[in-house]
Design a protein around this ligand. Sequence first.
Ligand code: SF4
Length: 705
Amino acid sequence: MISMLPYCASPCHYQRRQTRVVSVGDVPMGGAYPIRVQSMTTTDTCDTEATVKQIIRLVEANCEIVRVTAPSIRDAENLQEIKAALSQQGIKVPLVADIHFTPNAAMIAADYVEKVRINPGNYADRKLFQIKEYSDHEYEAELERLEKAFKPLVLKCKHNGVAMRIGTNHGSLSDRIMNRYGDTPLGMVESALEFVRICETYGFRDIVLSMKASNPQVMIQAYRLLAARMDELSMDYPFHLGVTEAGDGEDGRIKSAIGTGALLDDGIGDTVRVSLTEDPVAEVPVCYALIKPYNDRLQHPPAPQPERIDLQSRACPSNGLVISETRNPYEYGRRPARWLDVGGLRLGGSYPVRVELAPRTPLVEVADLMHEIEVLVRPARKDLPACEIIQLRVETEPDIEACIAVAQGLRARGLMAPLAVNVSSALPGWTRLLPYVAKLNVSPAPHADESVWADRLGELIEAVKAAGRALQWNLSPACIPSPSTGEGEGEGKILEGLANTALALVHLCQAHTFDGYLMAIDGAPTIPAYRLLAAELAAAGSETPLTLKTARYAPADALLCASLTLGSLLCDGFGDVIEVGSDLPSTDAVRLSYNILQGARRRISKTEFISCPSCGRTQFDLETTTQRIKSQTNHLTGVKIAIMGCIVNGPGEMADADFGYVGAGPGKINLYVGKDCVERNIAFDLADQKLIELIKAQGKWIEPA
Ligand code: SF4
């Protein structure tokens, strides 16, 4: 068990983090208020008409708070015009001024807006990338300098009743923080705390905090660590969630759902912004889709809660479960699992997380099913990922014949992807499948008599072992002797029942000297169930590989729901196989599976793009430029390319990109290799070609297929 600060009330039952209420104009956030939705304009702030128009479109889309960049004093002053124009039209949406590097602009903006966002990495510090050892005395002197620079804004916000977001970004930590804590979640947290302490010194507590990063793993760890530190320091400030520079389209939504969704499921987060390189209006429905399950819980009368949750007790305050986790929620580490061979495909150990999927064509339509499987395992285009394990469901005796026909047909066509078959051990004749399949996914039926249960499953284990096949135990509430249902206690009993059944199966397999098995959970709250299962397996010394299965989602929900559920577990190092359940066309489901693995940084199968959402500082059309660069470089598997709108924030915030394409001024681009600017002020028309030449010069280019 890892002894460390806990970041939430229980890892196996949802409970929202208790925070103070901070009002942003007429919109209160935190406490028991709904999680709020916000976005940011992309127009030039001095262009009042365009900015007001975009704000109105955001408000019409139900955006509750709108951020506007204030890069200069002129922009900050124009916020007054924007406010007046909105007010003339009866629009009272709270505005947030976004400040980087310009304390003077912040002081002006605080007269006109309801909230000011500052970046602790650059409010009082220039990023010089200096490596310097600070003595304690020098560090103290730095903090005094910081206080002097920041105090006027604190006092002004306090006087004006303006809220403040202390918004840390992973890529733009000050040199002081970098030198002492490194480019780490701890550095991000300490960076914010420097500013929080100054606010508290002057009695200002209308603060909201954020810890954004483009890497969802880093972002999740930083927010969790912040929650834990807040609790340790008896601070209860609300959190603004967001994955920064998430990009566009499916990938941008997946990254956002992984990072933001994982935290929402931990009970963390009071307001959300999804940063997409698209029209900002497109961000709003994504925010609402992510927060809906958590805001829906607010409609029920909340269960009575203790005044303050005792986070040191690991007994869940809602369902009583006690969990001793080995997971480190603040640092990525893959859960140890032994490796298995499944029809020639290795999984677990240090092998990549595998993708398993059930085709949509019914088993009895043998010819059509074979065609669908062929498309899945041998995609028409080289850049499309292949499904690695094909899953079939056998429920009746005729299904056995159909399954054998499919397996034989695939072999005849040279399609050797491993077949997994979901089957009940009670189905007569199932052993006939063994020569044709690589993995049996078995849901173990409960039995009142434990020895009968062990005998029946023991026979099954021996048959699978003799055939040299792999066995996946699919655990669901139906496997538990008389589970109860429902929330709270009932849910706790189900989770406990699943974990106990899993341990009984581990012991049974040990008794039969069989270790060719893995486990999956079905039909239970996915994230808590896997956390508890992993904790119990670890306590029993078992390194059983895990298949992460999702619930079955409608096509419209699959992208965000699967990303949230799998992303949370993958970012914590769980999972050796993933199985997305959905009614999507199966090729889309395979693509989604790989994209989730890439978003969670667990398996890289294509180029990684980091692009900022753009704002009033942007020097070119980010949306079309991003699309154009993507179309030329999306075959460079594993290469990370950042496309950033401005040199003020871009270089700092493009995180761990290999190459950066950054707006340097009107019609001008700077190119970066890592954090180093290698070509300056390239004419926009030539910049794509120069980027490709740079990638070639760095030896990372391959010709497209
Ligand atoms: S990097 Fe993009 S979003 Fe960030 S300040 Fe520059 S243009 Fe705006």
